[in-house]
Design a binder for this molecule. Structure first.
Ligand SMILES: *[C@@H]1O[C@H](CO)[C@@H](O)[C@H](O)[C@H]1NC(C)=O
Length: 244
């Protein structure tokens, strides 16, 4: 499988440098890298988005998010100094073109806000390119980003698609309990995205942290309550059935 192949390549990349480096410090760093792996610090269960959960007009028409910017905030579990982001076109009815993408910290570290701290902006790349087209039915990773992520903090990922995804079959996670923002045109690096908003996530599927091999993630199978139904939008108080 392509994803498995990709992570194997990443592993080889990080383990092979020890042999090449004559410097002790770097060698130690490389050995440390060999004891690391990618583990999800945020994830959303992908599904085919129902018609009623598609973005509002004009972001849905004969295509979705045509010439549109989509800004989404995500809640990290563990912290890290290197992350990568997975984008899904698993349920898409056509190829998904991403023209530009960025990472930043949201204003005030808050969930569901349209603003970012522009000093924290990072361009996202895909095999070194700033654009990518994700084939129908596939997922892709961004290149790893060396950035300090605090545990239990929020990040903002902004996507811009010039062509949009043709048709109305797209991948998303309708029960985000988190507000996402959208605006016509390319505002991938704008301090604020001031268009429509909706409490759904689209396309973003996981944020993975480069973490010690002793770090693992839990998989929880359940229903909409497990997924956060009953929690408060933009508070990330899901999975707390007995709040004090
Ligand atoms: C957004 O800002 C980042 C960081 O400065 C830069 O690398 C990237 O090229 C910018 N993207 C666009 C679309 O302007």
């Amino acid at each position: 499988m392509r994803l498995k192949a990709l992570s194997t390549v990443a592993c080889l990349l990080w383990t092979s440098c020890a042999a090449a480096s004559p410097l002790l410090a770097q060698e130690l760093k490389c050995r440390q890298d060999a004891d690391f792996h990618w583990v999800a610090t945020w994830t959303s269960m992908p599904q085919l988005v129902e018609q009623s959960n598609l973005p509002p007009a004009p972001f849905t028409g004969s295509s979705v998010f045509k010439d549109a910017t989509l800004r989404q905030t995500l809640h990290m579990s563990i912290g890290a100094e290197r992350i990568r982001i997975r984008i899904s076109n698993t349920f898409g009815g056509s190829a998904l073109p991403i023209t530009a993408a960025s990472l930043a910290l949201p204003t005030g570290g808050q969930a569901g806000v349209s603003g970012i701290d522009t000093k924290t902006l990072r361009g996202l790349t895909f095999n070194g390119a700033s654009s990518v087209t994700i084939p129908q039915g596939q997922m892709i990773y961004t290149d790893p980003i060396d950035v300090k992520i605090e545990p239990q903090s929020m990040i903002t990922v902004t996507l811009y698609s010039q062509a949009g995804q043709s048709g109305t079959s797209i991948t998303g996670h309708p029960g985000s309990r988190t507000t996402s923002w959208m605006q016509q045109g390319n505002h991938v690096n704008a301090s604020s995205v001031t268009g429509a908003n909706t409490a759904h996530w689209y396309f973003l599927n996981a944020v993975e942290a480069w973490a010690p091999k002793s770090t693992a993630a839990l998989v929880i199978l359940g229903d909409s309550i497990t997924d956060g139904r009953g929690s408060t939008d933009n508070q990330n108080n899901r999975l707390d059935p007995y709040p004090e």
